[in-house]
Design a protein around this ligand. Structure first.
Ligand SMILES: *[C@@H]1O[C@H](CO)[C@@H](O)[C@H](O)[C@H]1NC(C)=O
Length: 316
């Protein structure tokens, strides 16, 4: 293990890079993992590009729900790209290191996009709530101006909160150990390396997670309670089925994303285990960005119909 340190003065040294030790113990298996994750990553990028193009090309999909879905697909591509390519390289090379600046950049991008995704998913739940519980006022309430504002507010919240938090984390001194027990610069594994009392940061992290993960989560929960009670009151089985089919894809994505995020950021610190944490992180950095386009295209009649039409129009 090479220790690269810059001498500040006799008593203090400052690290300039971290090394990842997440998958080192897997040895030859790393090549197999590389291939699997590369495949998933390429499918994710392709799937999300297909969703974006399909929605842009299909006039029948120019509604608020699909406006938000374009935004979400774009976000998920960036989100998974902030983590996966670096992890892929590290599965192949011997020296799995990242500069502190690189680590900070990764944490900024990853956390900003992560929180933006929470807010965007809440916005999408609100959109479904208005569509199902107030169908007559839907076009009035969800005007294109409101949609742009809601999406912009999600991005702004993610940016402001996580930029502040990450900046704060990187004002901590890092003077060794330099090994990150993870495959990317996530908040907790990095905070654990600071050579200072980090209890304040961990409390702040918990507070921020509580407010900004639980907040959108509760909004989603309330929206779906209202949605489901409205659906159950509908008289015909056909309209029940139709209403439910427009929100089931979103519900699956929300459950996966928040299930893993809440588990990671709100579990009691005493039960923190790097190994479970790594597995769960793989879920929300590698797997859920792929599931999003899959769930939306395969479970959704409108999208499937638009796909057939677009293909028919352009290739026959
Ligand atoms: C997502 O929404 C924001 C805010 O409305 C907008 O600026 C951005 O261009 C959108 N991104 C995509 C890919 O549609």
């Amino acid at each position: 293990m090479s220790y690269k340190k810059e001498e500040l003065n006799e008593s203090q040294t400052v690290l300039t890079e971290f090394t990842f030790v997440a998958f080192s113990y897997l040895q030859e298996l790393q090549v197999l993992l590389f291939l699997v994750f590369l495949l998933i990553y390429l499918l994710t990028i392709m799937g999300n590009i297909v969703i974006i193009l399909l929605i842009k090309l299909s006039p029948s999909l120019h509604t608020p729900m699909y406006f938000f879905l374009v935004n979400l697909s774009f976000l998920e591509m960036c989100y998974t790209t902030s983590v996966v390519p670096q992890m892929l390289v590290h599965l192949l090379v011997e020296h799995k290191s990242i500069s502190i600046v690189g680590c900070a950049a990764q944490m900024y991008i990853f956390t900003i996009l992560g929180l933006t995704e929470c807010c965007l998913l809440a916005t999408m739940a609100y959109d479904r709530y208005v569509a199902i519980c107030h169908p007559l006022q839907y076009t009035l309430i969800m005007s294109s101006r409101v949609c742009v504002c809601l999406a912009a507010a999600s991005w702004l919240t993610g940016f402001l909160v996580e930029a502040a938090q990450t900046t704060w984390i990187f004002t901590l001194p890092f003077c060794g150990p330099q090994q990150i027990h993870h495959f990317f610069c996530d908040i907790l594994p990095v905070v654990k390396l600071a050579c200072a009392d980090t209890s304040m940061n961990e409390m702040a992290l918990f507070g921020v997670s509580m407010l900004f993960i639980m907040g959108p989560f509760l909004l989603i929960l309330v929206s779906y309670v209202r949605i489901i009670s409205t659906i159950l009151k509908m008289s015909s089985a056909e309209s029940r089925h139709k209403a439910f089919s427009t929100c089931s894809a979103h519900l699956i994505v929300v459950t996966l994303f928040f299930g893993t995020a809440l588990f990671t950021y709100l579990q009691p610190r005493s039960s923190y285990s790097p190994n479970t944490d790594k597995m769960i992180s793989l879920m929300y950095t590698v797997v859920t960005p792929l599931l999003n386009p899959v769930i939306y295209t395969l479970r959704n009649k409108e999208v499937k119909g638009a796909l057939k039409q677009t293909v028919a129009r352009n290739f026959y």
